[in-house]
Design a protein around this ligand. Structure first.
Ligand SMILES: C[S@@+](CC[C@H](N)C(=O)[O-])C[C@H]1O[C@@H](n2cnc3c(N)ncnc32)[C@H](O)[C@@H]1O
Length: 331
């Protein structure tokens, strides 16, 4: 059985997406594991329930789950987090479990201790992922996903513990929407770069263009309204006033950024059109919703977009509101 974790307000949309009953628990089980789950924060493949009364009991349970499953000399990560309570007690307990596990590895499995890595960089085909979510001090879920599973399932498995990414903060940005670009870059493991060409559709007031310009990219910003005046003066920004749905670049661009406020079907069609026409190498497109009736439209992207991409993601970013972001790489 596999478990997917939803934000509390997204239990119902995730249950609908998976075709399973919704309750009050943010942990939803399903089988098989879907390729995409836009409303899931994190996936715990092959999860098992664990009961452990003590810190040592937890460390023993984790050790016996990983021995034999993880290759000795390949990198692996341990995501161990408290999924209960508000205070520091859960985090402290997880810290103690981590230390007790490290002690055991030091004595019995040095090679595994050496290959345990920190960080949230995207998974490589060699990375394994062990997740332990304590749903109470003495119960929880444990999932071991051996390499190349996390990389192969990167559209579903977050490299961030519990799938949580704190939205970036930058008071100079024209709006907080810039955090969506930063989060997509982190998830994809690729930033906009100096010298790249970028089209930003629905660009005003300009926080996505702001990020692209900061990275050194050349931006064609398309909107009915101008961007913030300092961005309009930037020599690497060209402003095209008009209907973003009608805009096509003369030659393919490195990045399509699109955050147009529009009916979800229009944004979905736009992305699929650009992909079919081969107009971009990378993309980030927001699909915005009113209410939840149209979430099912995302199935079109799940069915069609991966065929054009080497890496396709469809997820409600931590920085998203009632939106889902489609992003990825074409080549
Ligand atoms: C959410 S805002 C974009 C915010 C922007 N990404 C940022 O971070 O500053 C959506 C924008 O889409 C623009 N928009 C909506 N429909 C459009 C259309 N058909 N053509 C061009 N712009 C459009 C609106 O004018 C608005 O500026």
């Amino acid at each position: 059985m596999h478990t997917l974790l939803a934000d509390p307000e997204l239990i119902e949309p995730l249950a609908r997406e998976l075709g399973v009953p919704a309750g009050t628990s943010p942990w939803l089980t399903c089988d098989p594991l879907p390729e995409f789950a836009a409303f899931a924060r994190q996936a715990l493949p092959e999860s098992q329930s664990v009961h452990a009364a003590s810190i040592n009991g937890w460390a023993d349970a984790i050790l016996s789950a990983i021995v034999g499953l993880l290759p000795d000399h390949q990198p692996w990560r341990l995501h161990l987090w408290p999924a209960y309570g508000e205070g520091r007690a859960g985090a402290h307990r997880c810290e103690l479990v981590r230390n007790a596990l490290a002690e055991r590895l030091k004595k019995r499995r040095r090679a595994l201790l050496r290959s345990l890595e920190d960080g949230t960089a995207p998974f490589t085909p060699a990375t394994s992922l062990v997740q332990v979510a304590l749903t109470a001090p003495d119960t929880g879920l444990l999932s071991v996903c051996a390499a190349p599973g996390p990389h192969a399932r990167r559209a579903l498995l977050s490299a961030f513990p519990a799938g949580e990414i704190l939205p970036a903060v930058d008071k100079q940005a024209p709006s907080r929407a810039f955090a969506k670009v930063v989060e997509a870059e982190l998830r994809l493991g690729e930033r906009l770069q100096g010298g790249q060409s970028c089209v930003d559709l629905g660009a005003s007031p300009g926080s996505w263009s702001y990020v692209a310009l900061q990275r050194g990219a050349r931006v064609t910003a398309v909107d009915r309204s101008p961007l913030r005046s300092d961005l309009m003066r930037n020599p690497r920004l060209r402003f095209h006033q008009g209907d973003a749905f009608k805009f096509r670049p003369e030659t393919p661009v490195d990045w399509l950024l699109c955050d147009i406020i529009a009916a979800p079907q229009r944004s979905i069609d736009l992305l699929l059109d650009w992909l079919r026409a081969g107009l971009m190498r990378r993309f980030l497109v927001t699909v915005k919703f009113k209410g939840s009736d149209e979430y099912g439209l995302l199935d079109q992207l799940k069915g069609q977009a991966p065929g054009f991409c080497s890496d396709f993601r469809l997820t409600r970013l931590c920085a998203n509101k009632n939106e889902v972001s489609a992003f990825g790489r074409v080549d």
